[in-house]
Design a binder for this molecule. Structure first.
Ligand SMILES: Cc1ncc(COP(=O)(O)O)c(C=O)c1O
Length: 381
């Protein structure tokens, strides 16, 4: 039997070659190309390419913390349901994360933000995760701008093409297997008028050794996708997620982006439209599968069909559901929690399924219901 990862892979592995050939271009040229691509989406911002999304948050906070005008401020408002690297970036900057409530569709609750803003607030971070970006975010940002002069940050790590409201001072992007398939890497965007006047940040260059480490990580990912399924004991093992997060867990380092991340960032930015089409198709296949299986229910955020992760609410025992995905070889995003402990999550029944545009889910989620619904899950339940 052919491993699922291979027959469901959208493009022939040989198509990776032209992408990889870009590695031989000068790094400055790659930097310029990626910067231009991002500037096409975000016109009024200066783009600084950095080591990761999490370090972009850290870099920005470290930049504004030095401003005299804000020297008595030490609180950063963040959503109550978010990847713990956001918390970490705030704490590591010697600031206090203050959590505001989000609704069931992961959108900020204005009333709660209003009560939490104080003279201590240095920044408010909005994070449109799981396709949740809509007018609610715009209204919340407007409310902040009316109430405080704190910095407004949009963490667009999971929605690279969402244009944030005009009040936004900084934007965070990630090229680490969210909208774009990559090997870490991220961007800090600072509103041009502020970045030119008083918010300057220059990331440190990477050493040869550091560049090499990223390259090595890329080859590990490649091995995981293409070669290891061949020798896996279960022949239908499928690797959706190839995140390098666990190998760079809390990397906050004021460093520049690596060359291999630039190569994939450029490829991803060129493919954004294509990715949307493939994700829509994948979403439909997954939705049908959910309707047949009834072990998870999709949380229908506004842009869920094109989001890099599909949030689902678990029906019944989460352990059974996790086991099912695990046996399919689908690596899910666990409930966001502090210190990776799902027990401490604000939403213990919410997991997210990566919607990887490099895989064709119509092939994967077509065969599995018959295979699993009757023979496998029913037995366990
Ligand atoms: C909303 C959000 N912000 C920031 C990050 C961190 O991005 P990176 O993995 O590039 O450090 C993540 C990672 O999952 C995220 O989901």
């Amino acid at each position: 039997m052919i491993p699922v990862s291979l027959y469901a892979f959208y493009f022939h592995p040989l198509k990776l070659l032209p992408i990889l050939l870009r590695y031989f271009l000068p790094k400055n040229l790659l930097l310029r190309k990626v910067t231009l691509k991002i500037e096409e989406i975000y016109e009024n911002f200066d783009v600084i390419l950095v080591a990761s999304g999490r370090s972009a948050i850290y870099d920005f906070l470290n930049c504004i913390i030095k401003l005299k005008k804000f020297k008595n401020r030490n609180e950063v408002l963040i959503p109550d349901y978010i990847c713990n690297v956001v918390d970490r970036a705030v704490i590591k900057s010697n600031l206090i994360p203050v959590k505001y409530k989000t609704d069931e569709y992961f959108r900020p609750m204005k009333e709660d933000i209003y009560t939490k803003i104080s003279e201590k607030t240095l920044a408010v971070i909005f994070a449109p995760i799981f396709g949740s970006y809509d007018d609610t975010f715009v209204q919340a940002a407007e409310l902040c701008a009316r109430t405080t002069d704190a910095f407004i940050v949009f963490d667009n790590a999971q929605c690279i093409s969402c244009k944030p409201p005009k009040e936004t001072d900084a934007i965070i992007l990630s090229f680490n297997n969210k909208d774009i398939w990559g090997v870490m890497g991220g961007a800090l965007l600072i509103k041009r008028e502020k970045s030119r006047a008083y918010l300057k940040f220059n990331p440190e260059k990477l050493s040869f050794h550091e560049e090499f480490r990223y390259l090595l990580e890329f080859f590990k990912i490649l091995y995981k996708i293409l070669i290891s399924p061949l020798s896996a004991s279960r022949s239908n093992r499928l690797y959706f997620e190839h995140s390098t997060c666990s190998r760079f867990p809390y990397m906050l380092n004021k460093k520049a982006i690596s060359k291999i991340s630039l190569v994939f960032a450029l490829h991803g930015l060129n493919e954004l439209q294509n990715y949307k089409i493939k994700r829509e198709k994948n979403y439909k296949a997954f939705k049908e599968w959910c309707e047949i299986l009834k072990i998870v229910k999709i949380i229908e955020t506004k842009n869920v069909s094109t989001a890099p992760f599909i949030p689902v609410r678990v029906i019944g025992d989460i352990r059974n559901v996790l086991l099912t995905f695990n046996e399919l070889g689908v690596q899910v995003k666990m409930p966001y929690a502090l210190d990776d402990d799902p027990e401490s999550s604000a939403r213990r029944d919410v997991i997210a399924i990566p919607n990887n545009p490099n895989f064709d889910y119509t092939k994967i989620f077509r065969v599995i219901p018959e295979l699993y619904q009757y023979s496998h899950i029913k037995k366990r339940v």
